[in-house]
Design a protein around this ligand. Sequence first.
Ligand SMILES: [Zn+2]
Length: 80
Amino acid sequence: MYQCKDIVDEVNNYIDGELPLGKRVGLFFHLLICSCCRNYLQQIRSTLSIITVSKPKEDDNTDTKLLAEKLHGIYKSHQH
Ligand SMILES: [Zn+2]
């Protein structure tokens, strides 16, 4: 059974569609029962879209750290 910390660990792969089906289903069922993780996933998605929109096209490397910091901030606020 997936726990909230597993969602945090796998959420990037989940969004990227890089998880095997078994894991996707596991995360999906956790999201069904856990509104906190649904909110968390929503926050991640909006954060990613903000970064994607604001990211200069010629600069592909520098936003990784920024993204990691943002995700870490969301993770901290997500703990329950
Ligand atoms: Zn959860």
